[in-house]
Design a protein around this ligand. Structure first.
Ligand code: SER
Length: 915
């Protein structure tokens, strides 16, 4: 039997012999194309060649492309696992002609490889062509020995191939293979209809470009793009009807069986297939830099992982285990795709973390779903609100809920889901000040003409003309100008503030936002009226708050430097996942799977400060999107870029697409300091940092707060120490004071010297930690001591009585914690030697009781039983073991009464036993 690996190699060698050049698969995360979530076809990486934006290095190419189809135009997700030949991740073998050979060769070679080289039965093969493509229809019988009646014509749906809504496309011709057992049942009617007719190879004749308006344009040259699904071909050549029975999958399926103890032959095998499929998708997408998150590509990854986890539950696995399968995926695929071997550990960790975090809510969500489903019958619809609750509270992606519903013959009200989601978004937005302002009142046009031309890269003050205004409250005014130096919030950078003035009017601009107004994107200045009122005067002076803007510029450039430094220190998988650029700080979210070490943080700071120190002059230019990307500019995924983009470059260091405002030279940043590093979600970390003067302010604040903390701990230590009995006197408050003195040494405090400050802060931190340790020890000692004193005193408060020679002690006490409460009851019982102790207390205004019984009486008077009886009398409940019980109620006024009934309760119980 030929292995999958050998079959892949056969394909490549066959076309190499025909003058093709082998090229590596491009990543499944398309780096060049923000319009695409995942690489969904071999042609993605060649799009610029087809569109004549790039000259091909070779005219004939062969490759095996990693593809993911879970969203967009080509989306096979619903079929995956249910049938045995659709996948979220698969390999597409392809041969390519860039303006070189065309239909005849493509057809001839495909047939030759299938029938001559691989020996497929020609009697089982069918060819299809686009119904208008007479040329291809004629070529099939001419170039191959296929009988003309097995060449069929189909419409656009089957035989016109497009990657997405726009882009290069063309008519195609497919080869289908009939895998049914009985050849006599094979007929034309089954092609493109019945599952036994598998589409194996698609030959696309790329000759058009689909434009945004839906029209087709001829391309300057004609190309060939073929795609053959490796998994399906391997199945045919290995004589299997299921892709999952080929050697590309069996090791993974076996591993699942081994981990879960459930063989795939048990039941319908869907769970095994889904898991085997999904773990490949996860491994390959993560190897190329995708990570689970709540939006875009990251959410697709999360959805797939959660689906997989849910199928794991069907095999009774409730703890993380999918990550263990990655090992087998790398065994099977690692030779062809070394990236998954290199990134194995990273992939495993991310999957495990995500499994663990979803695992916590998954079981609960499944219960809720089961309850929902129980009350419905086949054909019913799960309300959108419920689907949304599963999504919002239990992390169930909508398609997972839909899938589970389908399994039960139910549907999901997806419109209702969207509505619930929309409502939640509105609620979230309602909280945001600026958005609220964007609703409501009409805009009034004051002057006609172009508007919102942004001048703020070059200047922060300019003359301008008011185009439109909107009045909210008596003292509030929103303005749109013809041109403005004010930057409207975008790309993480917050909006400018400043002033707008005319001779009769002084306005304070409190925020600047971008928004569509009457169909155009405008820069809106949100203003407060300080003096005067709007009259017929339309000429204004608009001036941005210079200091604030300068602080923002520092932070924005520092964000780029940080982004690059993170990649250098942590690796290329780091991608920007969000940012905030404010005057006083910057925040940067990025994909990374673990905490960044103290050492890593220092290294990142060092790199950034080095670039700051080099005082490099920045370049900003507007370029064509494609040129910018070719030049290596980093695009942020999820951002929409037009054809013309602004590129901000720190020459020799970083290059990003960015519309923000930046410093002229890196030296302007002064100094860069990371102030925190935390987790935002599995696989996403957040760093906050400060620059320039804010670094000094940061140190100043940190030092003050450390000093205050030291003083507080030292004082509290002293207080604690003075409370302690003589046996603790060796804890020297002298040591504490000496530590404090050293830490507060004013000589080392020089604002001008950042490094000194840093060292000083380090010393303070050490001193604080030392004191905190002591503080803990002191607290522990004090607690012990208090207990010793108090328990003796408290025992004297016990009301003691005797019923039938059994000693009973009860009292109401004021205690601070539950443990102390129980400890006291146990201690009192030992003091009694033989007897029953009942203690009551009020905890958060609720009556609580603890009952302790000595061993000799536990059979006669089990503590748990007494507690239950007392609990009932308190209007609540109780229970416990024969030696210790607890009870609680609601009404605090009952405590005294119930406690005094203790002797009666004991008596009652004894009587019942005797009687
Ligand atoms: N682009 C075509 C497909 O994806 C052929 O490679 O099917």
């Amino acid at each position: 039997m030929k292995t999958g690996k050998a079959i892949r190699q056969d394909f490549i060698s066959f076309f190499e012999e025909k003058g093709h050049r082998f090229v590596r698969s491009s990543p499944v995360v398309p780096i060049d194309d923000p319009t695409l979530l995942f690489t969904n076809a071999g042609m993605n990486q060649f799009k610029p060649i087809f569109l004549d934006l790039e000259k091909p290095r070779y005219k004939r190419v062969v490759n095996s492309q990693k593809c993911i189809r879970v969203s967009g135009k080509h989306n096979d997700l619903e079929e995956v696992g249910i049938d045995n030949y659709h996948h979220t991740f698969f390999e597409m073998l392809g041969n390519w002609s860039f303006g070189d050979y065309y239909k005849a060769e493509a057809i001839q070679w495909a047939w030759e490889l299938f029938t001559d080289v691989w020996g497929m039965d020609p009697n089982r093969l069918w060819a299809t062509v686009h119904h208008t493509d007479d040329e291809a229809a004629d070529l099939w019988p001419k170039m191959t020995d296929i009988p003309p009646e097995r060449v069929l014509r189909f419409g656009d749906k089957d035989n016109f191939w497009e990657m997405g809504e726009t882009g290069p496309c063309g008519p195609c011709s497919e080869i289908h293979y009939y895998e049914g057992a009985d050849l006599s049942r094979m007929s034309a009617a089954g092609v493109n209809v019945e599952p036994e007719y598998k589409e194996l190879w698609n030959l696309v004749f790329i000759q058009n470009n689909r434009l945004e308006d839906g029209s087709l344009k001829d391309l300057p040259a004609k190309h060939v793009d073929t795609g053959a699904g490796l998994e399906r071909i391997v199945a045919v050549l290995q004589g299997k009807t299921s892709n999952y029975d080929t050697d590309l999958f069996t090791p993974i399926i076996e591993h699942i069986t081994k981990i879960t103890g459930v063989p795939s032959s048990e039941g319908d095998g869907v769970a095994h297939r889904v898991l085997a499929d999904h773990v490949r998708m996860l491994a390959f997408s993560m190897a190329d830099g995708a990570l689970p998150s709540n939006e875009g590509r990251g959410y697709v990854v999360r959805r797939i992982l959660r689906r997989a986890a849910r199928f794991g539950r069907m095999l009774e696995r409730h703890d993380p285990f999918i990550y263990e399968l990655v090992d087998t995926v790398t065994d099977v695929m690692g030779a062809a795709f070394p990236e998954i071997v290199e990134k194995r550990e990273h992939i495993e960790r991310v999957i495990e973390a995500e499994e663990a975090s979803f695992g916590e809510t998954l079981d609960r969500g499944l219960e809720i779903f089961a309850r929902l489903a129980r009350d419905l019958s086949s054909g019913d619809v799960i309300p959108g609100e419920e689907a949304f609750r599963l999504y919002d509270t239990y992390g169930f992606p909508l398609d997972l809920t839909e899938l589970m519903a389908r399994e039960k013959g139910l549907a999901v009200d997806t419109k209702g889901f969207e509505k619930a989601m929309g409502r939640q978004r509105e609620r979230a937005r309602g909280a945001k000040k600026s958005d609220v302002k964007l609703e409501g009142q009409e805009w009034v046009t004051l002057t006609e003409g172009e508007s919102s031309h942004f001048l703020g890269y070059a200047t922060i003050e300019s003359e301008a003309t008011i185009r439109k205004y909107r009045i909210y409250e008596a003292d509030k005014l929103d303005l749109i100008l013809d041109q403005t130096p004010f930057y409207a919030e975008s790309g993480g950078q917050i909006g400018d503030t400043g002033t707008i003035t005319t001779p009769g009017l002084d306005l304070k601009v409190v925020d600047t936002q971008k928004s569509a107004v009457q169909g155009d994107e405008e820069i809106i200045h949100f203003c407060e009226i300080l003096r005067g009122k709007l009259d017929s005067e339309t000429k204004v002076t608009a001036a941005v708050d210079a200091d604030r803007r300068q602080a923002i510029r520092l932070n924005h450039t520092a964000t780029h430097l940080l982004h690059k430094a993170l990649k250098m220190v942590l690796g290329d998988h780091v991608q920007q996942a969000g940012s905030l650029v404010a005057p006083d700080r910057l925040r940067f979210d990025f994909t990374h799977y673990q905490k960044v070490s103290e050492k890593g943080i220092k290294e990142i700071e060092k790199i950034v400060n080095q670039v700051v120190h080099e005082d490099i002059s920045l370049d900003a230019s507007v370029q064509d999107f494609d040129d910018a990307r070719k030049g290596g500019a980093v695009a942020i995924f999820g951002e929409k870029y037009g054809d013309r983009v602004r590129v901000v470059e720190v020459p020799g260091f970083s290059k990003e697409l960015c519309g923000g405002t930046h410093v002229d030279r890196t030296g302007d940043i002064g100094y860069f300091k990371i102030t925190s590093e935390t987790a935002v979600a599995a696989g996403v970390r957040r760093m906050e940092a400060v620059t320039g003067n804010n670094v000094l302010i940061y140190y100043d604040q940190e030092i003050s707060s450390k000093q205050a903390e030291l003083k507080r701990i030292a004082a509290s230590n002293e207080e604690l120490a003075s409370h302690l009995s003589s046996e603790l006197s060796e804890v020297s408050t002298m040591a504490v004071s000496a530590e404090l003195q050293r830490a507060l040494d004013p000589d080392s405090f020089t604002l001008g010297n950042v490094e000194n400050l840093e060292k000083h802060l380090g010393d303070l931190t050490t001193a604080t930690e030392q004191l905190q340790k002591e503080h803990k020890v002191l607290l522990r000692e004090l607690k012990k001591q208090r207990k010793r004193v108090s328990s003796k005193e408290l025992f004297d408060d016990l009301t003691l009585t005797e019923i039938a020679t059994i000693r009973i002690g009860f009292a109401i006490l004021d205690v601070h914690d539950q443990d102390e409460f129980k400890d006291l009851a146990v201690e009192f019982k030992h003091r009694l030697k033989s007897g029953v102790v009942v203690l009551g207390t009020l905890s958060e205004d609720r009556p609580q009781v603890v009952v302790a019984v000595t061993d000799d009486l536990k059979a006669k008077l089990p503590a748990g039983e007494l507690a239950r009886e007392l609990g009932q009398r308190l209007g609540g409940g109780g229970g416990g073991t024969p030696i210790l019980g607890t009870a609680g109620g609601r009404d605090p006024s009952l405590l005294q009464k119930v406690l005094s009934e203790t002797p009666a309760v004991v008596q009652h119980r004894l009587e019942r036993q005797n009687g």
